[in-house]
Design a protein around this ligand. Sequence first.
Ligand code: MG
Length: 259
Amino acid sequence: MLRLKTDRELAIMEENAAMVAELLVEVVLRATPGTTTGELDRWAERWIREAGAEPAFKGYRGFPATLCTSRNDEILHGIPSEKVHLEDGDLLSVDVGLHRQGYFADAALTVPVGSVSPQAESLMGATRGALRAAGEAVRIGGRISDLSHAMGGYVRQRGFHVVREFVGHGIGRELHEDPQIPNFGPPGQGPKLWEGLVMALEVMAKTDDEPVVIREDGWTAVTASGGLSAHYEEMVAVTADGPKVLTGNIWEAYCRRRM
Ligand code: MG
């Protein structure tokens, strides 16, 4: 069942989305060679609590941390650790959620640590482009799988592969609400998009086309071949005026600050 949000709910969710976007940029700016993912996690948790919110992932189905930090062949749900030192050339994905005034926010960003390979740059570009294509496919009365189709096609045309095992999702009073939004599939299927729907749209792409593998920690999803992966997630509301990206353009915000 889709839970459509009122204007009052949307206003709170927009504030929360702006917070999560700001935090995400602050975290990845700190992701320099030598930093541990555990340090990033402690920093993010403090930031969220000082802002009067709560980490959404910590304790969620037993997940132990505030951030998911996934490097290189790790696709998502990587567990931050004081033992994991970032290195020049790493591709780092950070996913973070928070809860405030009864509503969740959730976003993810993949960034280079130092300088990365041309393949990594091109994978990031394809994954971001696919998210933009999905956002552009959002229209009232359209179907959820129109977004899936846009994502999958964009990634495939650039020679990469989407992850089939994980999905984007509705978001609101619950972290994961209906509908599920796969990264692939034919258009014209699934629930209709109505005004007031808020989605955490996410694209996860990788260099190989194998099923993903879950590490023995029970969380970290990795590519079977050891190939690279990237993950971008933003919150989009369906409004009478068209799609509204509640998290803003996180990548651009990051690029501006990095200079
Ligand atoms: Mg999500």
